[in-house]
Design a protein around this ligand. Structure first.
Ligand SMILES: C[S@@+](CC[C@H](N)C(=O)[O-])C[C@H]1O[C@@H](n2cnc3c(N)ncnc32)[C@H](O)[C@@H]1O
Length: 272
């Protein structure tokens, strides 16, 4: 066992308690089809979950935004080498630092590797009186090469009633009446976890499994490996396991790894 990290092999993959910067160099190059990470967003806060002994993680950097971006790019640099030639990197951020990380990533991996800025519109309640309410996160998608796995047909969404009305009208028809689904665009309408959701673990900033299933289905095939090196409560790993993919996950927080381990051991993904 390497004394810089503790790792645990479960039936679907490996979970490690470590700073990802220590674990990533020990993994073989080009072994992962999708690296999907949801790192701290540079909110300047201690993120605190819910329930007794609420889990927490620190999301502030003494050196400001420049220090944060260098910290993150340093870690993503090692992850990039692990991605297979047909694979993808998805980085989940929000308005606090996505602009600075996009500039740094374009420079680091090459602007030509950038595919999409995907908006996750999470439709939570509450409205700001000071500015337009902030209701979305941004996910940056880069591919290792031009020959990448991409299956939008697996995540099609229903066409709107308006589009289907036009399909029924012989003069306005641009699509056939049978064609009632379409490939999604770069804005995802997926609800955030509500406080009563069975999926909720109490871990701070937990994301919905449905969001991560979207990327796992579109960017990988069954049997491929998916990694999340800031796994938190293990949402990406749960999505990967439920869809028949292998997974690798780590987090620097023992609380996070304990929650992820429980979710993965319970095979929760199969029940969703
Ligand atoms: C936004 S949360 C991830 C939430 C996760 N997607 C979920 O659904 O539960 C970010 C996570 O990154 C972890 N983290 C922060 N620094 C890290 C590092 N250097 N290596 C690994 N994990 C780290 C934090 O402990 C936290 O759990």
């Amino acid at each position: 066992m390497n004394d810089r990290f503790k790792s645990l092999n479960l039936p679907g993959g490996t979970l490690a308690l470590t700073d990802c910067v220590d674990w990533v160099p020990s993994l073989p190059d080009e072994c992962i089809q999708l690296v999907a990470i949801d790192p701290p967003f540079f909110t300047g806060r201690i993120q605190t979950g819910s329930g007794p002994d609420a889990p927490k993680y620190r999301d502030s950097w003494a050196g400001g935004k420049g220090a944060y971006v260098s910290w993150l790019i340093d870690r993503i640099g090692g992850m990039w080498d692990l991605i297979a030639p047909t694979g993808s990197l998805v980085v989940h951020l929000d308005w606090h630092a996505v602009h600075a990380v996009k500039v740094a990533l374009d420079e680091f991996v090459g602007e030509d590797r950038f595919q999409n800025e995907i908006i996750w519109y999470y439709q939570t309640g509450g409205a700001s009186k000071k500015r337009f309410s902030r209701k979305h996160d941004t996910l940056l998608w880069y591919t290792k090469s031009d020959q990448y796995v991409f299956h939008p047909e697996r995540i099609q969404i229903p066409r709107t009633e308006k589009a289907m009305h036009r399909a029924r009208n012989p003069r306005g028809a641009r699509i056939s009446i049978e064609d009632n689904h379409k490939n999604p665009d770069d804005v995802l309408h997926i609800p955030a976890l509500n406080p009563m959701s069975n999926e909720r673990t109490g871990y701070p900033t937990q994301k919905p499994v449905e969001l991560m299933e979207h990327f796992v289905l579109a960017l990988t095939n069954e049997g491929d490996t998916v990694a999340d090196f800031f796994c938190g409560s293990g949402t990406t790993l749960v999505a990967a396991q439920g869809l028949g993919r292998k997974w690798l996950g780590c987090d620097v927080s023992a609380e996070a790894v304990a929650v992820a381990r429980e979710r993965l051991n319970q095979g929760e993904a199969n029940a969703l």
